[in-house]
Design a protein around this ligand. Structure first.
Ligand code: FAD
Ligand code: FMN
Length: 752
């Protein structure tokens, strides 16, 4: 077998080692344009878990690596004159040059042909072999040459960073945050060998511009940073090594191989340095590719297997890296608004890899302090006494909205049941909502409940437009109040252009046929949801008056039924949401055009409902914080809307996303909508609820303790398990009282 590697970084060298071990007769050549001892940067960092992966692959390199690394457990966060320390993190810092030297020597000893100072500018000149490794790093020329096949996506991030070193030995993995007249500076620093630390300095593009530093003026950068961090450097100097200011590219590729050429390491994917995974990913690629070749008869199948095997892991790491890099792009938001302890928790849990629960295992002291701090704040905010010794998990603290206090932070999300008759709900809804209230959630929301017959999505949607509805809903409300601690809210809506469609299980958003009693839909503009949906009639001012008055009537009926809270549904492409989005609102009157105009009608409805709803009862508004389209409603619009809603007396914003237009490009994942709730909460300074792929109590506690939202809303998790909150209490050892009828459960141990 003949193999060529273009690039002698960690990816190319480690793969060559593993292949030479598996196939001693293989002819492997590594071409590296630099000299053996050249390297940019200083140290790299590996977590303990990463190092474990290398033992099996090649015990010899692992032995040499661990013999030389600097190990530490603590993370120090320097923030406004305080140092917060969290322990139990297990990292190793390592000299990048030593790592390359270990890999080079090991490769040479095994018989790999290493050709330094050899720049391969034409891959075809060396491609006559079984396999060509495009391990040529972040600026891969091979990837660019075959861009048509690899389909690279390079996302240049906005922050600027420079990789420096220092003779200061930081005692822990250290984050420094410091503000000067130019802006806020972040430093990621860690020891990587005796007497040396890496010192990565980062800031926003605006701060960089204000600083007047030039991209390539290393001396000025070193002098500037030395002066700024003189106290933290304690008399030590900073060291440059081709230390130019850069922007980080997040690289992804549609295909990882073409013919016999395969991309590896930074050439195929990058993961932001704030999660310290670039070298790990490169070396894990090497392990996966060498195993794929050993497990398959031909190279083509092995390359398919390598890509299939690695893609999921890499994408998961890239998702963590993405939220982490965004945290550093948006640090100003947290720096100005969070208390030190919460700022630290937000930083530690930023990438979603460390949750409240993992941190509790690593560092029980830190989590106890944040839980105590959180419980004290909850007690002050709600006016309810909260025990702090020991403090409850954040999810089991109360929260007040006007006169309503929810006993915990879990909300059952509105979920259409399509089981009503002319808006009248039946026993299904009593059992459905009643069991979820018994299941321990603090707040149960009704499904989207329509303010008029024409405002329904389907024939089966629930309504609040006639007296009979009050009778039916009162049964549910009374049950919830009598048999649980939960509060109950009603989500009021008008379906707008999504009206007159089939029941959910007959095909979402599919229009009714002529023989199925369809009715005309209305919307801000006459644009159908999809070409097959009805073209809605553009609303006149008279329609707007009617719909507003329907909302007011519904609010009155909800009060008569005894609801504790209302939510105005301004999300998911229903009527109010289509006023907000520029993609669905093309009006040229006072209700279309600018954000201010598009918000005018939803605000008018909000004001009318607010005036009709008792002063002591809260109202929330659910919004889609993005249309998932570059030309649509954006997160910045969501902040502007939340600021206006707050000024009009909205108590909390329920931050959802999307479903406004059919051709959206959502980015799904765990907690994928939480960043919007976080941003709205801090920038509009209004409480938020977050929803979307929240399924574990660990995530709930993390979200709350980090201040990303005030309430956590779970939909499908509650369909699966109506007793989700009780089960979460049990798992956390928290004593949530059961209804007296079920009192014996206190002495029952469930087994599955
Ligand atoms: C500021 C910063 C901090 C980082 N910190 C960490 C960290 O803490 N932990 C971590 O794991 N990772 C870290 N990384 C990432 C890490 O350095 C890379 O992910 C890793 O080096 C990728 O290995 P690679 O082999 O794919 O690419 P590289 O290490 O870039 O190697 C590619 C090699 O190919 C050579 N080459 C390119 N083109 C040619 C050609 N035409 N002919 C011959 N040779 C060529 C280059 O000279 C280079 O040596 C950091 C990166 C940055 C920018
Ligand atoms: C069956 C079902 C019905 C839903 N009906 C509504 C609704 O009536 N109003 C609403 O705002 N969202 C509705 N949604 C969206 C959910 O409230 C929630 O925002 C979404 O499912 C994401 O949360 P999850 O990941 O916890 O399921 C519905 C979701 C489901 C699964």
């Amino acid at each position: 077998m003949k193999i060529v590697s273009i690039g002698g970084g960690p990816a190319g060298l480690y793969f060559s080692i593993l292949m030479k071990k598996a196939y001693p007769d293989a002819e492997i050549t590594v071409y590296e344009r630099n000299r053996a001892d050249d390297t940019f940067g200083f140290g790299v960092v590996f977590s303990d878990a990463t190092l474990g992966n290398f033992i099996e692959a090649d015990a010899e390199t692992h032995r040499q690596i661990v013999a030389q690394f600097a190990h530490w457990d603590d993370i120090d966060i320097h923030f406004k004159g305080q140092v917060l320390t969290s322990t139990g993190h297990g990292f190793s810092g390592f000299d990048r040059k030593t790592l390359l030297n270990i890999l080079q020597h090991r490769a040479a000893d095994l018989g790999v042909d290493l050709r330094f100072e050899t720049d391969i500018d034409d891959v075809e000149a060396v491609a006559d072999c079984d396999l060509v490794l495009a391990a040529d790093g972040v600026n891969s020329q091979i990837r660019d040459r075959y861009a048509e096949h690899f389909q690279p996506d390079i996302d240049w991030r906005s922050n600027r960073f420079v990789w420096l070193g220092t003779t200061m030995e930081f005692p822990a993995f250290t984050f420094l945050f410091k503000e000067n007249e130019h802006g806020l500076w972040r430093v990621h620093a860690y020891r990587y060998k005796p007497g040396y630390s890496t010192f990565i300095l980062e800031c926003t593009g605006d701060t960089f511009d204000r600083s007047g530093l030039a991209v390539e003026d290393e001396d000025a950068t070193v002098a500037y940073a030395e002066a700024l961090f003189a106290e933290e450097l304690d008399g030590h100097r900073l060291i440059g090594n081709r230390s130019h200011w850069r922007q980080f590219p997040t690289i992804r590729n549609g295909h990882w191989h073409h013919r016999n050429i395969v991309l590896m390491g930074d050439a195929v994917h990058t993961a932001h340095y704030s999660i310290g995974s670039g070298t790990k990913l490169a070396m894990e690629d090497a392990i996966a590719l060498s195993e794929a070749i050993q497990n398959h008869d031909d190279i083509a199948t092995a390359l398919d297997a390598y890509e299939a095997d690695r893609r999921e892991d890499v994408e998961s790491t890239q998702r963590s890296a993405q939220v982490s890099l965004q945290w550093f792009e948006e640090t100003e938001r947290y720096y100005d608004r969070l208390d030190p302890i919460q700022f630290g928790f937000s930083l530690l849990t930023r990438s979603l890899r460390i949750s409240h629960e993992n941190l509790r295992l690593r560092d029980p002291g830190y989590v106890r302090s944040i839980d105590t701090w959180f419980a004290e704040r909850a007690a002050n905010q709600s006016g309810v006494n909260v025990r702090t010794d020991p403090p409850p998990p954040p999810m089991f603290t109360p929260f007040r909205l006007r006169d309503m206090v929810v006993p915990n932070r879990i909300v059952v999300s509105p979920m259409c049941q399509y089981s009503a008759d002319d808006g009248t709900i039946d026993d299904w809804h009593l059992v459905h909502l009643g069991s979820r209230a018994m299941g321990g959630a603090g707040l149960v929301m009704t499904e989207m409940t329509d303010v008029s017959r024409e405002g329904r999505i389907t024939h089966g949607c629930a309504g609040m437009y006639k007296d009979e509805h009050v009778v039916a809903w009162s049964r549910v409300v009374d049950f919830v109040h009598r048999h649980s601690e939960a509060r109950i809210g009603m989500q009021l809506a008008h379906a707008g252009r999504k009206a007159s469609t089939r029941l959910g299980w007959e095909g979402n958003d599919l229009p009714l046929n002529d023989d199925e009693n369809p009715w005309p839909a209305i919307a801000p503009s006459a644009i159908p949801y999809t070409p097959q949906n009805q073209v809605p009639r553009e609303m006149t001012r008279a329609d707007m008056d009617q719909v507003r008055d329907d909302h007011v009537r519904a609010a009155g009926l909800a009060e008569a039924a005894g609801f504790d809270m209302l939510e105005l549904h301004c999300a998911h492409g229903y009527l109010m949401s289509t006023f907000l989005s520029p993609l669905t609102n093309r009006r040229d009157d006072d209700y279309g055009g600018s954000m201010e105009n598009r918000l005018r009608y939803p605000l008018e409805v909000f004001d009318a409902v607010r005036a009709a709803w008792p002063e002591g009862k809260p109202i929330s508004v659910r919004i889609s914080a993005t249309d998932w389209r570059p030309d649509g409603f954006s997160a910045a619009d969501a902040v502007a809307v939340a600021v206006a809603l707050k000024a009009h007396g909205c108590d909390i914003v329920d931050v959802s996303a999307g479903q406004v237009v059919a051709d959206q490009a959502p980015v799904y994942g765990r907690l994928f909508q939480t960043p919007f709730a976080d941003r709205v909460r801090l920038e509009a300074e209004i409480p938020t609820m977050t929803v979307g792929n929240i399924s574990t109590y660990e995530d709930v506690n993390s979200i709350l303790a980090a201040g990303r939202a005030d309430l956590c809303v779970l939909a499908r998790a509650h369909l699966y398990d109506p007793y989700w909150t009780r089960h979460a209490a049990k798992q956390q050892g928290y004593d949530q009282p059961w209804p007296k009828q079920y009192g014996m459960i206190d002495r029952y141990e469930p087994r599955f």
